[in-house]
Design a protein around this ligand. Structure first.
Ligand code: ADP
Ligand code: MG
Length: 378
């Protein structure tokens, strides 16, 4: 049971290359489940491998349980890692695969057997202990790989995209098993890497969203560190706002008309929209971006403020909901509207759109969010 602290952590793979991790400051509490998420290539695995001791740390301090581990070899860090590719030994049974790491360390035979038995029970692998990996499904193999980590009784579990090789249904099932595992062995901290925002939102106590591409130099590579509800309801910047949520948030460029402590009025494509944010650091005339999630746009004439006028470009019906893709102006980005159930709209139809003040997000010209002033879930 250990907390993990990243202090000003930087990683440069070679002189002359840009920083892959730029000044990461993260604290993961004892027993917490922390997810590193972000687009492919943003540095998730790099950050995780630095915790495992598989990758040098260019600068900064990494500590586990209050002890600086930058120079500590992997075996001395109290961590166990589960990879995307299960890498089981094909000629060893499930039990032998799970026991192997402990046998190499010269652990007592009876103790090993006990640990394997307990891990197999947690993972429901008991009936499969004598099988070879080739006689297991993908999900079962991944559970054996997790079992191999459990028997080490680590302080910290490290997972690098452990579900990516599984099909969709199995991913959900194994995701639930990992959540249960965290609950059952609540003393261990977990760091879990994924590119899937649903996995991040459902598993995490805390999320580290890493950004990719341009701007890394200016802003650092951690776009936001917080709880899932922080990232959804209180994104600190446009990158987070657009990454979390599916379909992604609509972003409309406009200008500020009024900037008050508890609300702002913005003009967006001829509509005047009130947003519940603290806008005091801006002034009328400033360029802003208005953010509205597809699930929060309201279609129809009822409601306050002046509406946006839109034309339906395309429709998708998913059964439980319908997606409308809308044009609001020739030069405006396409707007997505999500409606519950069956939507009786058709392409070419004109509709009006409104936004409730508590549903709007506002960002300045640099992409930094204004603080929302309504009560939001934590
Ligand atoms: P992710 O896991 O988020 O997809 P990675 O941490 O694997 O991303 O990689 C982050 C960036 O670092 C990528 O641009 C990748 O090309 C680069 N990178 C990864 N490993 C090395 C390496 N050994 N040498 C140089 N660059 C690397
Ligand atoms: Mg990776």
């Amino acid at each position: 049971m250990s907390r993990i602290d990243f202090k000003n952590i930087c990683k440069r793979y070679a002189p002359g290359l840009p920083l892959t991790i730029n000044n990461a400051n993260i604290s993961i509490g004892k027993g917490e489940f922390c997810v590193f998420v972000g687009p492919s290539g943003c540095g998730k695995s790099t950050l995780l491998r630095m915790v495992a001791g598989l990758e040098d740390i260019t600068s900064g301090d990494l500590s586990i349980g209050g002890v600086r581990v930058n120079d500590l070899p992997p075996a001395k860090r109290g961590v166990a890692m589960v990879f995307q590719s299960y890498a089981l030994y094909p000629h060893m049974t499930v039990a032998e695969n799970m026991a192997f790491g402990l046998r190499v360390l010269g652990a007592d035979k009876a103790a090993i057997e006990q640990k394997v038995k307990k891990a197999a029970e947690i993972l429901q692998l008991t009936p499969l202990l004598d099988r070879l990996p080739k006689a297991l499904s993908g999900g079962q193999r991944q559970r054996v790989a997790i079992g191999r980590a459990i028997v080490k009784e680590p302080d910290v579990f490290l997972f690098d995209e452990p579900l990516s090789n599984l099909d969709a249904a199995l991913r959900v099932q194994t995701r639930l098993e990992i959540a249960k595992l965290h609950h059952d062995i609540g003393t261990a901290s977990m760091i879990y890497v994924t590119h899937d925002q649903v996995e991040a939102m459902t598993l995490a106590d805390k999320i580290v969203l890493l950004r990719s591409g341009q701007g890394v130099q200016d802003h650092g590579s951690v776009a936001q560190f917080g709880s899932p509800m922080d990232l959804y309801h209180r994104p600190e910047n446009l990158f987070v706002a657009e990454f979390i949520g599916s379909p992604k948030m609509n972003i409309l460029p406009g200008r500020l008309v009024r900037a008050e402590a508890d609300h702002a009025v913005v003009e967006v494509h001829g509509a005047q929209i009130t947003v519940a944010v603290d806008a005091r650091r801006a002034k009328a005339g400033d360029k802003i971006s208005l953010g509205i999630r597809p699930e929060h746009l309201l279609a129809g004439d009822a409601g306050a403020g002046s509406p946006l006028h839109a034309k339906v470009r395309q429709m998708e019906r998913l059964g439980d909901s319908s997606m409308l893709y809308l044009d609001i102006a020739p030069d405006a980005p396409m707007v997505t509207l999500r409606l519950e159930g069956y939507a009786g709209h058709s392409a070419g139809e004109r509709i009006t759109l409104r936004v409730r003040p508590e549903h709007g997000y506002l960002f300045d010209a640099a992409g930094l969010a204004f603080q929302r002033t309504v009560q939001l879930p934590t």
